[in-house]
Design a protein around this ligand. Structure first.
Ligand code: AMP
Length: 249
């Protein structure tokens, strides 16, 4: 079995996001970038399945500019066998990414595609679902447990009501939740070994995919500053304030 894992390079989750002065976007120059956190869980799960003997190959794929190579390299350092970098320029929306990934799937013919449930930069939560629709494959989103059973995958999903367990036929798309596993750190020897693993580079323009943005971003601005809170001495005072000042009861 072959597992393709889609990973996105995003601003590190510890970074305080700053909006550009002209409102054209957020500052990314000299800002720490990392793998989108749930994508680390997706890689970890694929590598664990390979280690259990149920998969033969784990391929990491990322869509973006030249710098995305770093992110692919990190996936190789934690156990992916090889990488694919699909080069694009400028903003790339989930629909375009899913069309590109569809082409990669056509070429690679994986049995499973693992992805993150959501990218923390755009919070779209769309790419996996769109890819499943384009491929006409079953999808299991928000996976917090995955069991491979021959040609079937049993997936426990995090949903509003609690946990739901479903079975999907392979090939399938799975989007991974942060609770799925504990991603490992890359050891120094494995970082060194990853330098020798191959990364294939493909130009998105050669794939015959229309990657033009469908959304026009007009302005990016900081959310309004929140007023400082106050402490109340008693429940009575809280109720008074909710009634008379906030007027919510
Ligand atoms: P989104 O739909 O943008 O919230 O992203 C959901 C998931 O799709 C991410 O966690 C990644 O696994 C995958 N994905 C999104 N954008 C990219 C990209 N540029 N390259 C590779 N994978 C991506």
């Amino acid at each position: 079995m072959k597992i393709l894992v889609a990973i996105k390079r995003v601003i590190d989750y510890n970074v305080q996001i700053r909006v550009k002065e002209d409102g054209s976007g957020v500052v990314t120059d000299n800002v720490k970038m990392s793998t989108n956190p749930p994508d680390d869980n997706a890689i970890e799960e694929a590598v664990k399945i390979k280690e259990s003997g149920k998969a033969k190959e784990v391929v990491a794929v990322s869509v973006g500019d030249e710098k995305v190579q770093e992110t692919v390299r990190k996936a190789l350092a934690v156990g992916a066998d090889r990488g694919i970098l699909v080069k694009t320029e400028g903003i790339i929306e989930p629909l375009a990414v899913s069309k590109i990934l569809q082409k990669v799937v056509d070429k690679e013919k994986p049995d499973l595609v693992f992805m993150g449930k959501q990218a923390i930069d755009d919070d779209c939560n769309q790419t996996g679902q769109m890819l499943a629709a384009l491929l006409n494959w079953p999808q299991a989103t928000f996976a917090s447990k995955i069991e491979v059973k021959d040609k079937i995958l049993q997936v426990t999903r995090e949903i509003d009501e609690g946990l739901e367990t479903i079975e999907v036929n392979i090939p399938a798309i799975v989007t991974c939740d942060l609770r799925l596993n504990e991603p490992r750190y890359a050891s120094l020897p494995n970082i060194m070994k990853a330098k020798k693993k191959p990364i294939e580079q493909i130009n998105a323009s050669d794939l015959g995919v229309d990657t033009r943005p469908r959304i026009e971003q007009i302005k990016v601005e900081e959310p309004p500053k929140r007023k400082a809170g106050i402490k109340v001495a008693s429940v009575e005072e809280l109720v008074q304030k909710l009634k008379n000042e906030a007027k919510v009861i």
